[in-house]
Design a protein around this ligand. Structure first.
Ligand code: FE
Ligand code: FE
Length: 187
């Protein structure tokens, strides 16, 4: 069941504004900050859209109940709601953003030290740093480097004070990269 752009926006404004997880900011702020950082880095619109939607899975617990403990697999949860609506250049970085953290922990010595306590805790549940074979496999994935770029913005998108544009701004990017002809008028 695909989500329309207004439905996505509503989810972030309601569920997203209420859901803080283990970080200091809510999911809506995190999404907008991540998309802003992507845009400031001159990322393609598909990657800005992926940055905006990368944690949409955290907002879908009402639709897809979560397992009580362990890895929440949130990077996969939003995909059934976006497939067919957005190209692989949007979907793949979302799907790979947790893998990108495990990759960076394996290849970048200083990276782990930059992670928030919440992110370190979830890393363990997500399987820890990749081994060399997993690093190789990750590098073979299309859009792997997009996922790594997204991951770095993701890690920085946790500021309690950063100002961002609102949905009127990012909605246009979703419309731009949508595969639907009528995305701008979908209700
Ligand atoms: Fe995430
Ligand atoms: Fe995130």
């Amino acid at each position: 069941m695909p989500l329309t752009i207004p439905q996505i926006e509503r989810l972030y404004r309601t569920e997203g504004a209420a859901r803080y997880g283990m970080e200091a900011i809510n999911q809506e702020q995190h999404a907008l900050q991540c998309a802003l950082l992507a845009q400031q880095a001159a990322a393609r619109p598909e990657l800005v859209a992926a940055a905006l939607l990368h944690d949409l899975g955290h907002l879908l617990y009402a639709l897809v109940p979560e397992a009580p403990e362990g890895d929440d697999l949130h990077e996969f949860r939003a995909l059934p709601f976006l497939r067919g609506e957005y190209p692989e250049a949007v979907l793949a970085p979302i799907r790979l953003h947790v893998a990108a953290k495990r990759f960076l922990c394996a290849v970048d010595e200083g990276y782990w030290g930059t992670l928030s306590p919440a992110s370190r805790r979830s890393l363990e549940l997500q399987g820890g740093p990749f081994n060399p074979q997993e690093v190789e496999a990750f590098l073979g994935e299309p859009h792997a480097m997009d996922a790594v770029a997204l991951r770095r913005w993701d890690d920085q998108a946790k500021s309690p004070t950063r100002e961002t544009p609102g949905w009127h701004h990012f909605r246009k990017i979703l419309e731009q990269v949508s595969l639907r002809e009528d995305a701008d008028i979908a209700a």
